[in-house]
Design a protein around this ligand. Structure first.
Ligand code: NAG
Ligand code: NAG
Ligand code: NAG
Ligand code: NAG
Ligand code: NAG
Ligand code: NAG
Ligand code: NAG
Length: 407
């Protein structure tokens, strides 16, 4: 077909674009100094900075960032100043110059959870690590055949960073989960999105991101242009704010609930109005925690195998947590509203169909060949937690599994 023929032609042309003279990509040699930062490495790989990456000073960085990326003057100044503040330069004039490799000193400038480098816990936080980058590239959609007109959105970038941090945290027992570290990782995400912003489309093309993060290369061959407008700190900050608010979008607990309407019990999916927060308590810092209110007392219940609870009303407004087993709950007069509940991770329900609101109540059968262990937690003063009803019928998997994607 004609259009696809043209598309192929376009792709071939796009790949054939020349690199600017004197700034062709040249991979580092064994004695060149490189950092954990793709943006600075790319400047050296393209000879915007000395190719050996050594004895760099602030004016060199300042000039290169303007010439290659279109940043306003002074953009990298606070970052370069940190090198001297932290006293991590290994050159002969450590108050004026540094080598790119010096930036790999952990927990000063370099932090855990990089999109392209492994954590220092695994021994090397400076070289590109394909196993670290692979899931990130997957999330960013860089693995398909890329059209020159496919873009990494802010939402996608935020999610990819969030997933990378969650993975790093799971596999690295020494992962540093301090808030400022998280902010650093979203800061580097903002930096690549903004550095690679295409002036014409106002978005960040995937092929440019792939070259930059995957090869420490500026995607001249794929059409990269720094554009004509000057990139500013204010816009970079705005990008970071957008990423952080996407990453911390509030998450709410959804539970299957036994409610009541017109004197009859109903089965509904509720969203509890107190959102998850990040815990700071000793023992569980960084965990997600939601406050579910006060309880009156607690009882531990062992229900026999293959047991039919018969039709009954909730004795009190209460949380019921099934640690094991399988329960099937129905309400009279509506055969299509049955809810299966599995004990364990998603075993929490709320029962609110007390005698004052429900004439007949509900029926729960325990379809398990083993005992079902339940914990009953009536709320203090018979309170029902503030909630929205998402829909009638039980919550479905996608409504209870949201915690699995958390950092
Ligand atoms: C900086 O580091 C060098 C070498 O490790 C050391 O000799 C010097 O005293 C340090 N200076 C400061 C201000 O910490
Ligand atoms: C670095 O230290 C030298 C010797 O102490 C001093 O002469 C020079 O002004 C310092 N440079 C900066 C940028 O502080
Ligand atoms: C990418 O393009 C190549 C060459 O046209 C083709 O062989 C390959 O199957 C494509 N891969 C995907 C994932 O579409
Ligand atoms: C974690 O990172 C913070 C901020 O960079 C730093 O102050 C702190 O010392 C680090 N903690 C550990 C245990 O490395
Ligand atoms: C537990 O609390 C509920 C609700 O307040 C109440 O109805 C029940 O009697 C209490 N049970 C015991 C054993 O105190
Ligand atoms: C019966 O339950 C289904 C599923 O929960 C619900 O969509 C429907 O409205 C209910 N019908 C009545 C009459 O309550
Ligand atoms: C609750 O439901 C909303 C909407 O379906 C969903 O986005 C969120 O992830 C759910 N929460 C949890 C903890 O699964």
């Amino acid at each position: 077909m004609k259009t696809s023929f043209l598309a192929v032609q376009f792709a071939v042309l796009a790949l054939a674009l020349p690199e600017p003279e004197g700034h062709e990509f040249r991979a580092p040699g064994p004695f060149d100094s490189r950092s954990p930062c793709p943006g600075l490495n790319a400047l050296a790989n393209h000879n915007w900075l000395r190719h050996d990456g050594k004895n760099l000073d602030w004016p060199m960085i300042n000039t290169a960032a303007q010439d290659a990326y279109g940043f306003g003057p002074g953009m990298y100044k606070p970052f370069v100043d940190m090198v001297f503040q932290f006293n991590i330069s290994t050159t002969n004039t450590p108050n004026e110059t540094f080598n790119l490799f010096d930036l790999a000193r952990h927990d000063t400038i370099e932090v855990d959870g990089s999109l392209t480098r492994n954590d220092i816990y695994f021994g090397d936080d400076v070289h590109f690590d394909a196993s670290v980058f692979a899931p990130v590239a997957q999330d960013l959609g860089l693995n398909q055949n890329l059209s020159a007109h496919s873009f990494v959105t802010t939402e996608t970038a935020a999610l990819a960073t969030k997933n990378r941090l969650a993975l790093a945290k799971r596999v690295n027992p020494a992962f540093n989960a301090s808030a400022s570290q998280h902010e650093s990782e979203y800061g580097t995400t903002a930096l690549y999105l903004y550095t690679l912003l295409d002036e014409d489309s106002g978005t960040t093309p995937k092929p440019w991101v792939k070259a930059f993060l995957g090869e420490d290369r500026i995607a001249y061959s794929e059409g990269y242009s720094k554009g004509s407008s000057v990139k500013t700190q204010e816009q970079l900050d705005a990008m970071l704010d957008a990423l952080l608010s996407l990453a911390t979008a509030q998450l709410y607990l959804n539970v299957t609930a036994l409610g009541a309407a017109d004197g009859a019990s109903t089965i509904e999916c509720w969203q509890v109005k107190s959102p998850f927060a990040v815990a700071t308590d000793a023992g569980t810092p960084g965990s997600a925690i939601a406050q579910l209110g006060n309880i009156a007392n607690m009882s531990y219940l062992a229900i026999p195998p293959n047991f039919d609870g018969g039709l009954h009303r909730a004795l009190a407004k209460q949380w019921v947590y099934m640690t094991s087993g399988l329960a099937y709950t129905t309400v009279p007069g509506n055969n299509s509203a049955g809810a299966y509940m599995t004990g364990g991770e998603f075993g929490l329900i709320f029962a609110a169909d007390t005698a004052d609101v429900s004439t007949e109540g509900h029926r729960t059968q325990y379809h398990s060949n083993t005992q079902t262990i339940g914990i009953q937690l009536p709320t203090l003063n018979g309170e029902t937690p503030a909630h929205d009803v998402l829909h009638s019928g039980p919550c479905v998997t996608g409504e209870v599994s949201g915690l699995r994607s958390l950092v």
